[in-house]
Design a protein around this ligand. Structure first.
Ligand code: GRF
Length: 187
């Protein structure tokens, strides 16, 4: 199987990045991680690029410049899929149009519920009994594109947002790679 080329965008700890890298080493996984782009020079996740010897670019600059350089790199390196993993910049309509249907994201709630930030706190305040995570295509609206996969997590009584985050993230690590396989009809 000829693997497609993927680039992962990060801003923070990069634990989803780490799990995708690990899964991508399986010869049956549909993509290789060919590039990592961070918009924060302080992002801890950059350490995984180094650890696994994956090319990485740090673009800690204003959005316009970030997107100009990122678009050039993605095109030159013939990247087929962009995975947003804890990437905290909202991409412009122009950027999204350039890679229509090729950008995916993971969000820590069962979309369309709880778009945006602070999902765990809001889920608990609303008294939800079930939450989870969603992998979806990125369109021009925030946390809105076509859903690829959702994974559910039970919210216990006396749960803290921090604990709920840990539980949801464990599901995210599975969900992201299953979703990538699904895009290429492998699961
Ligand atoms: C994840 O919980 C993801 O759902 C959200 O940002 C977090 C990123 O965590 N979009 P990490 O950087 O992968 O550790």
């Amino acid at each position: 199987m000829v693997k497609k080329k993927a680039c992962i965008f990060i801003s923070g700890s990069g634990t989803n990045l780490r799990s995708i890298i690990k899964n991508s080493r399986d010869y049956n996984f549909p993509v290789n991680i060919n590039l990592i782009i961070s918009n924060k020079k302080s992002a801890k996740g950059i350490s995984f690029a180094k650890k696994f010897s994956i090319p990485h670019i740090i673009l800690d600059v204003k959005k316009e410049k970030f997107e100009k350089i990122a678009i050039k790199e993605l095109i030159e390196r013939k990247i087929n899929l962009v995975c947003l993993a804890g990437f905290m910049k909202v991409l412009s309509k122009n950027f999204i149009r350039n890679f229509k249907g090729k950008i995916i994201n993971i969000h820590p709630s069962l979309l369309p519920k709880y778009k945006g930030l602070n999902t765990f706190k809001r889920v608990m305040q609303a008294g939800e009994k079930i939450t989870g995570c969603t992998v979806h295509f990125v369109d021009e609206k925030l946390d809105n594109g076509k859903i690829i996969l959702k994974k559910r997590v039970l919210v216990n009584k006396n749960e803290t947002p921090e604990n709920l985050k840990k539980k949801v993230q464990l599901e995210e690590y599975k969900a992201y790679s299953i979703a990538i396989r699904k895009i290429y009809n492998l699961s």
